[in-house]
Write a protein that binds this ligand. Sequence first.
Ligand code: SAH
Ligand code: DHB
Ligand code: MG
Length: 220
Amino acid sequence: MANEWKIVDDYISDRLIPPADRQGATLEANRASGLPAIDVSAPQGKLLHLLAASIGARRILEIGTLGGYSTIWLARALADGGRVVTIEFDPRHAEVARQNIAREGVAETVDLRVGAALDILPKIETEGGAPFDLAFIDADKANNAAYFGWALKLSRPGSLIIVDNVVRDGAVADPHTTDDGGLGGRKLFDLVAAEPRVMATAIQTVGSKGWDGFLIALVK
Ligand code: SAH
Ligand code: DHB
Ligand code: MG
């Protein structure tokens, strides 16, 4: 990753993201517990927050919690009475997330489910948890197309669906890629391209996490 990208992310954070919003304790707890440092960056977390706030989201679905860093950004954007349902496969990650979510004061508005997303999503549907106003997909990239299908199923017209890591150093545009994320991304783009119920774009990003991107879809 170009060092300038990190310097500029720090510059943006220093000016636009007050220390109280930066979740230093969350990131430190993740590090101390040996979680991989693959949370969204602070500017990206704030983008999720702004998107959720701009649509007045009350119901948010997240697939891939890790230590809850993105979850907390989303929970802090919820309209009154709102809730984030977040799904995490690894119980060790979920335990760290639970502590972070409690420390940051959003335990009341976060419903953390532990298990494989493809097992839990049908349960959420059966429980009547849908529709979600916003879904953020950020788990195992090979399943991105399947997760997008679920997010769409659990949406309503006007919902936003956001998928992280769809560019992966350009792997998405390489027909010979063997990268999980690249392959998962290609399946996702094919699905979205053929899906008449959404309008979508993707934006490449550079920053402290290297070269990647988000896909953003609006349900018609
Ligand atoms: N959204 C987080 C980062 C998530 S990292 C943030 O920005 O802070 C991806 C997470 O997805 C990891 O914690 C991983 O354990 C989890 N994951 C992987 N496979 C999964 C699956 N099948 N179901 C649910 N979560 C999964
Ligand atoms: C990885 C996963 C992510 O969600 C991410 O944003 C960056 C990297 C990974 O599995 O390497
Ligand atoms: Mg990610």
